[in-house]
Design a protein around this ligand. Structure first.
Ligand SMILES: NC(=O)N[C@@H](O)C(=O)O
Ligand code: NI
Length: 169
């Protein structure tokens, strides 16, 4: 009989600029520097995230994420050593965001966040993260990342996979 190993639970936190700071930036109007442009007809929310493209060029993409439903098992993380990667919802879908700080992967430092329909994220260069997890419904995301030579995606299977069973109320 196969024994199923109980995966260690991973608690989900609401996404905030402050909490996400070790991993990159939150792309949202709340709390952002902003000022009127175009003779006052437009408000510019300025310089929301740092885009890095080491030895390559900036790509603008759209990722169409198929929906995931709880519970979600986190079995791998990846990182992009040559550039940042930003995800901004186009149609108001929320993301389940699983990250760990750049550098050697420390599985004890893995954290999970849930975004609002108005929040995007920018993973700083080298930040460990799970590939796109769109919750509940298919979602399109504008993605800004790096194109060019070299291997810019390193995947790592977790020694201790985690399980996300619930979201913060
Ligand atoms: N592989 C790819 O382009 N996508 C991942 O990097 C991701 O973070 O979803
Ligand atoms: Ni990625």
């Amino acid at each position: 009989m196969e024994t199923t190993i109980a995966l260690r639970a991973l608690m989900v936190e609401p996404l905030s600029r402050e909490a996400f700071a070790p991993f990159g930036e939150v792309i949202e109007t709340a709390g952002a520097t902003h000022y009127p442009i175009n003779q006052g007809s437009t408000e510019r929310f300025h310089d929301l995230a740092r885009v890095d493209v080491v030895g390559g060029r900036t790509l603008i993409n759209i990722f169409r994420g198929q929906p995931f439903h709880l519970p979600v098992e986190v079995r791998l993380l990846e990182r992009h050593p040559l550039g940042s990667q930003a995800f901004v919802p186009i149609d108001g879908q929320r993301m389940l965001i699983v990250v760990a700080p750049p550098g050697e992967l420390d599985e004890s430092a893995i954290r999970a966040f849930i975004s609002t329909p108005w929040q995007g994220v920018n993973y700083a260069t080298g930040t460990w993260h799970h590939p796109l997890l769109t919750l509940a419904a298919r979602g399109d995301f504008l993605v800004v990342d790096r194109g060019g030579p070299g291997d810019n995606c390193e995947e790592r299977l977790l020694a201790q996979p985690r399980r996300i069973e619930s979201l913060p109320v």
